[in-house]
Design a protein around this ligand. Structure first.
Ligand SMILES: CC(=O)N[C@H]1[C@@H](OP(=O)(O)OP(=O)(O)OC[C@H]2O[C@@H](n3ccc(=O)[nH]c3=O)[C@H](O)[C@@H]2O)O[C@H](CO)[C@@H](O)[C@@H]1O[C@H](C)C(=O)N[C@@H](C)C(=O)N[C@H](CCC(=O)O)C(=O)O
Ligand SMILES: Nc1ncnc2c1ncn2[C@@H]1O[C@H](COP(=O)(O)OP(=O)(O)OP(=O)(O)O)[C@@H](O)[C@H]1O
Ligand SMILES: N[C@H](CCC[C@H](N)C(=O)O)C(=O)O
Ligand SMILES: [Mg+2]
Length: 488
């Protein structure tokens, strides 16, 4: 594709600037990935200023640079925009299109991965070729490829989307993390429906305040969700108010004010109202009111939180044309999501051992609450907190654990660049009376060895993760595998 076709005419660039029209070969936001013919996006980041790499990008063959008007660009076309990330995403999308017809996005503090995966499963049961993109990577019916981040960078995101379309995938559900939304990482594809799961404390190191964190998520409903789209809103009762109002009500209003359709789901929901929930040993029975009729859904997943995510997923399917009764009936065949209340093994003494990705205070509370009704004896929890992430959540996670569980081991998660002992000390400030065992394998071993036949062990924080990040090394580590080894 020629540069003029991408940025000429109505797209803004003066004809003179395009006198020497060139072939565009690709897009990059990192100057080290620039090759001849690349369009480089130079953005001010949290760590460094990408504008400092413009000369190096041009030297490597960049034909155009998308940057703020005040940035200096010599030797390549300067595509100036006050919001360069947004402008870059729009150009990249024009280059990579077409995309799958039906794309939906999910945001919220917890439940994004679960909801996109359950949505993918429901679409598949309805006969569509579907995929999900998020923390677990890119998942299609046949394979899973990991990308490292929940929301990959915009170039990876759009090229993945285009690749899925080429493979014949028509339906994609993707996670829109608050970082991703803030940095315009998941832009450019038309979004037909967007869902909100919940809002609680996380990532305040990045967003500063809960209001800032909320505003990043609100952009999904205020801007990213397309005209004619549908907002699916879980009516999260537990959330702290933002500027005096419950977050879900604010988001429903943001969407309604744009004339978009709003489907509310949950105990206070109107489209799908959760009327009752009966936990069973291997699943739960939900009573759901839809279109004025009550129906029963035998959901084969445990935990209130997975019921919430399954209904949110069902609403996304309904929002994009799915039949209400058929979709709810198909929810009875949903499979568990990797690393979310996944039963890893049964200890010699008889205690089931679960692995869950809870890494926020709210998620830890939800995971413990999910398992507690199943434990005739004690609920034993092993967890830690990740380094280089919101430090304020650490003591809060500790407090939730000691308040809700019976026996608590505080161990290491991904320490990253931080001193693991210092992270544990911050968790222990809230976890009064907990046992500290830094080595995660040893902590899991102690919890399993101490569990009686009536007890349940919960290993929280890392879920599906296959490595432990210590400094800049990733040591192989899988909670499920380690639990099995320790139980043997
Ligand atoms: C804090 C954060 O989100 N950082 C991400 C972000 O960085 P940034 O834009 O602030 O970048 P920066 O490092 O300051 O650099 C600025 C610009 O200069 C460019 N650059 C930089 C260096 C260089 O030599 N050459 C160069 O061109 C960079 O590509 C960038 O465009 O953009 C980078 C490229 O896309 C990401 O890799 C990086 O993710 C880091 C690794 C990260 O750990 N992010 C986590 C916090 C994250 O995003 N997590 C969420 C999950 C949250 C959840 O679901 O709970 C996620 O979506 O994965
Ligand atoms: N609807 C929910 N309400 C409360 N907690 C939940 C909910 N869904 C999931 N959780 C908890 O959060 C954990 C992470 O779930 P999931 O991976 O689906 O969320 P996520 O939003 O994708 O997380 P991340 O921010 O890491 O991408 C689960 O293991 C569970 O403990
Ligand atoms: N998406 C989350 C994952 C956290 C997982 C946990 N194991 C940790 O390392 O903190 C984040 O980037 O904050
Ligand atoms: Mg996720």
């Amino acid at each position: 594709m020629k540069l003029s076709a991408l940025v000429g005419g109505d797209n803004g660039a003066p004809a003179a600037a395009l006198a020497a029209d060139q072939q565009v070969t690709g897009f990059a936001i990192d100057h080290r990935k620039v090759a001849p013919g690349t369009i480089f996006g130079a953005f001010q980041g949290a760590r460094v200023n990408g504008e400092d790499f413009i000369p190096a990008a041009v030297a490597s063959g960049a034909v155009a640079v998308v940057a703020r008007p005040e940035a200096r660009v010599e030797g390549a076309l300067h595509i100036a925009d006050a919001e360069p990330r947004r402008a870059f995403a729009a150009l990249t999308a024009r280059f990579f299109a077409p995309f799958p017809d039906t794309c939906v996005a999910v945001t919220g503090t917890n439940g994004k991965t679960s909801t996109v995966e359950l949505t993918r499963q429901l679409w598949r049961m309805a006969g569509f070729s579907a995929a999900s993109i998020g923390t677990l990577g890119v998942t299609t019916g046949d394979e899973r490829v990991t990308t490292g981040l929940t929301t990959p960078d915009v170039v990876t995101f759009l090229s993945n989307m285009a690749g899925l379309a080429r493979e014949g995938v028509s339906h994609v559900a993707f996670e829109a993390s608050s970082h991703g939304l803030d940095q315009f990482r998941s832009e450019g594809v038309p979004v037909r429906a967007a869902a909100f799961t919940n809002l609680s404390r996380d990532h305040l190191d990045y967003h500063g305040t809960m209001e800032g964190y909320f505003d990043a998520k609100a952009r999904l409903f205020g801007e990213v969700l397309g005209v004619g789209g549908t907002a699916v809103i879980w009516t999260d009762r537990q959330a702290e108010p933002i500027r005096g109002e419950l977050p879900w009500r604010l988001l429903a209003k943001v969407a309604a004010d744009r004339g978009l359709r709003v489907l509310t789901v949950g105990e206070d929901g109107e489209a799908l109202r959760l009327v009752a929930r009966e936990p069973g040993l291997l699943g739960q029975v939900l009573t759901v009111e839809a279109d004025g009729r009550a129906c029963t859904v035998k959901l084969p997943l445990i935990g209130a939180y997975q019921a919430y995510n399954a209904l949110t997923a069902a609403a996304l399917v309904i929002a994009t044309g799915g039949d209400v009764a058929q979709t709810l009936a198909q929810a009875e065949r949903l499979q568990p999501v990797r690393g979310r209340l996944e039963r890893a093994v049964i200890a010699m003494a008889g205690a089931p051992v679960y692995v869950d990705y809870a890494h926020t205070p709210d998620a830890l509370e939800a995971a413990i609450a999910a398992l507690k009704p199943h434990a005739a004896g004690r609920l034993i929890v092993v967890f830690g907190a990740g380094g280089d992430r919101d430090t304020g959540k650490r003591a809060a996670m500790g407090a939730v654990a000691v308040a809700q569980a019976d026996t608590v081991y505080v161990t290491d998660d991904n320490p990253r660049s931080e001193d693991p002992a210092a992270i544990r000390a911050m968790v222990l400030e809230g976890a009064i009376g907990a046992t500290e065992i830094g080595d995660r394998r040893e902590a899991i071993g102690a919890a399993i060895a101490g569990a009686g036949p009536q007890d349940i062990v919960l290993i929280a924080g890392k879920g599906h993760e296959q490595g432990q990040v210590v400094g800049d090394r990733v040591l192989p580590f899988d909670d499920v595998t380690v639990a099995r080894e320790m139980a043997a």
